[in-house]
Design a protein around this ligand. Structure first.
Ligand code: HEM
Length: 471
C-alpha cells in the first residue's frame, strides 16, 4: 500500500497524480480503494443545477472516475461519521468539490465552503435493515407557515412508504435526519433506531448493537410524532413497532374442529399450502383455516418447531399417529413432514413379515425378547427396561408361548394397546399357529378390543413364507 499526504482534489492510484488540479497523492490498496480518501470542498447542492436524485451527493466526473472506482459509491467522512452518503457524478460540479444538500451537510456536520476528507465506505455482509424507527416533525419553513393551521393531517402509512421509496438502496444511520415531502407537506424524519436482526434473532445473540444499515424493499418503517409535536400537524394511522410486530409475525389458524391457534408465521413457512396467509402483509392479523383437527395440528406444530431448530429429521412420534400426521402434512403442504411420515411408515412396512415358530424360539434363545400376542410377533427386546411391569416378568413368563392371556391379566387399562404398533414385527405363520403353546385362552371381549386397536396387522390367510422347491 502507498500512503501519501492528503490534498484538495487529490486522488491517485499507487502514486499517479490524476486530474490537472491534483497536487498530491492518496493511498490506495490493491483493489484501487482509496484508503486515505480524498479532500473535497463542500458546495450547496440546492444552489447548483445538478441532475442527481434526492439524497445523492455529487462530485465531478473526473473525481468520480477514480473515487468511485472499485467502491460501492458510499462515502463517510475521514474524520468519522455515522452518516454514509451515496455519491454520483455530475458535470456541473467542479473537480475537487462535493455537492451536498442541506440535510447531508447537517447530518455530516459540515458547512458550505469547508474542506473535508472523504473515504469509501465498504458495507459489512449483513447490512440490510429489518426495520427502522423515525420521529416526524414539520420542516421549519412549513412549521412557520402552518403554525396557525388546524386539522392538518398526514397519513403515517403513506409517509412510511414515501420514506422507504425515497431512501431505497441508501444507508441510514441513527440520529440522521431525512427531509420527506408528502402531498405538499414537508417534514423531517429523524432516525431513532435501526435493526439488522428481528426481535427473535436479537434474543439469540449475546451482544447486539445496530446504528445504521441499508434500506431494502423488505425494511419495515415505523414513524411516530416527535416529542412536542404540536405544530398544527397530526400523524394519523401511525403504527408502533410493538403493534406491527404482533400482526406481522403472527397468524391465526382455525382447525376443522373450530379450535384457534395463534402461531408464529416463521413456524409455518414450510407449509406451502399456507403460503398466502404466511405472506399476508396487511396490518390486521392473518387468518387461515386448516382441514386438520386440533390435536393433530398441535403435533404438527411440535414437528415444525423441531424443524425450525434443525432437528426435524430426528423428530420422533408415535407410529400410531403416522397416518394422521401424513394426511395433515399433505393438507398443509409440508413436504418434510410428509417424507418423515412415509419414511417411518416405510420402515414399519419393510420390517413386517411372517415368522416360523422355530425362528421365534431361536431369536429368544439368542437373547431377543419376541413375544406372541394373539398371533402377533412383538419385539420388545430394547424396550424391556422401560416396561412398567418390570424387565423380568416377560422373559420369565411370556416367551415361546401365546401370551395374550397374560396381556389381558396384567393390563387393566387399554394404554398398553397404544404401544403395540411400535413393537409389531409381523405374524406367526398360519401353519405354525397350532404349535404355539397357550397357557390359558383370553376372553373374547379382550380379543375383540385388541383387534380394534391393531388394524395395522398383516393378513396371514395366504402364505407369504418363501419356500424353495427342490427339483
Ligand atoms: C408389548 C407388550 C406389552 C406392553 C406394551 C405392556 C405395557 C404395559 C403397560 C403400559 C403397563 C402399565 C399398566 C397398564 O397399562 O395396564 C404394564 C404393566 C404391567 N405389565 Fe405389561 N406390557 C406388555 C407385555 C406384558 C407381558 C407379556 C406381561 C406378563 C407376562 C406383562 C406384565 C405386566 C405387569 C405385571 C404389569 C404391572 C401391572 C400392575 O402394576 O398392575 N406385560 N405393561
Amino acid at each position: 500500500m502507498v500512503v501519501g499526504k492528503l490534498a484538495r482534489g487529490a486522488i491517485s492510484l499507487t502514486g499517479n497524480i490524476v486530474g490537472k488540479k491534483s497536487t498530491a497523492q492518496v493511498a490506495v490498496d490493491g483493489d484501487g480503494i482509496h484508503t486515505d480518501g480524498i479532500i473535497l470542498r463542500v458546495l450547496a447542492k440546492e444552489k447548483l443545477e445538478v441532475a442527481l436524485s434526492t439524497g445523492m451527493a455529487g462530485i465531478s466526473p473526473d473525481d468520480a472516475a477514480v473515487a468511485l472506482r472499485s467502491t460501492s459509491g458510499l462515502f463517510v467522512l475521514k474524520s468519522g461519521s455515522d452518516c454514509v452518503i451515496t455519491v454520483g457524478a455530475s458535470p456541473q460540479i467542479p473537480p475537487g468539490c462535493i455537492a451536498l444538500d442541506e440535510a447531508q451537510r447537517y447530518n455530516l456536520h459540515v458547512a458550505e465552503g469547508g474542506e473535508h476528507g472523504f473515504v469509501p465506505f465498504v458495507p459489512p455482509e449483513e447490512f440490510a435493515l429489518v426495520d427502522l424507527i423515525g420521529e416526524v416533525r414539520l420542516w421549519r419553513q412549513d412549521a412557520a407557515e402552518r403554525a396557525q393551521a388546524e386539522d392538518l393531517q398526514i397519513d403515517a402509512k403513506a409517509l412510511c412508504r414515501q420514506l422507504a421509496n425515497q431512501t431505497f438502496g441508501r444507508v441510514l444511520a441513527v440520529g440522521e435526519t431525512v427531509p420527506v415531502s408528502l402531498d405538499g407537506v414537508n417534514v423531517l424524519v429523524r432516525i431513532t433506531a435501526t435493526n439488522h436482526l428481528t426481535e427473535e434473532e436479537q434474543a439469540d445473540v449475546v451482544v447486539y448493537h445496530c446504528y445504521r444499515g441499508l434500506i431494502t424493499a423488505d425494511t419495515a418503517v415505523y414513524l411516530l410524532p416527535a416529542a412536542g409535536f404540536d405544530q398544527g400537524l397530526q400523524l394519523v394511522n401511525a403504527v408502533t413497532k410493538a403493534e406491527r410486530k404482533l400482526n406481522h409475525h403472527l397468524i391465526n389458524v382455525t382447525t376443522n374442529d373450530d379450535e384457534e391457534f395463534t402461531v408464529k408465521k416463521s413456524l409455518l413457512r414450510s407449509c406451502i399450502s399456507l403460503t398466502k396467509a404466511v405472506q399476508h402483509k396487511a396490518e390486521e392479523m392473518a387468518e387461515v383455516a386448516v382441514d386438520v383437527d386440533c390435536c393433530t395440528f398441535d403435533r404438527v406444530l411440535l414437528y415444525l418447531q423441531a424443524d425450525v431448530l434443525g432437528r426435524g429429521a430426528e423428530w420422533n412420534f408415535d407410529i400410531n399417529l403416522a397416518d394422521l400426521l401424513l394426511e395433515a402434512a399433505r393438507r398443509l403442504g409440508c413436504r418434510s413432514l410428509e417424507e418423515l411420515c412415509l419414511q417411518k411408515m416405510g420402515d414399519f412396512h419393510s420390517r413386517i413379515r411372517e415368522y416360523r415358530f422355530d425362528e421365534i424360539k431361536r431369536a429368544n434363545a439368542h437373547g431377543q425378547c419376541w413375544i406372541i400376542v394373539d398371533g402377533m410377533v412383538l419385539d420388545v427386546t430394547r424396550w424391556l427396561p422401560e416396561h412398567p411391569g418390570g424387565n423380568t416378568i416377560i422373559p420369565a413368563q411370556a416367551l415361546d408361548l401365546e401370551a395374550a392371556c397374560f396381556f389381558e391379566l396384567y393390563h387393566s387399562s387399554r394404554e398398553s394397546f397404544m404401544y403395540l404398533k411400535h413393537f409389531y414385527i409381523g405374524e406367526v405363520c398360519e401353519e405354525d399357529r397350532a404349535d404355539v403353546p397357550c397357557a390359558e385362552k383370553p376372553s373374547e371381549e379382550f380379543l375383540q378390543q385388541l383387534r380394534e386397536y391393531t388394524t395395522f396387522r398383516i393378513d396371514t390367510s395366504t402364505p407369504k413364507i418363501q419356500t424353495f422347491k427342490s427339483f
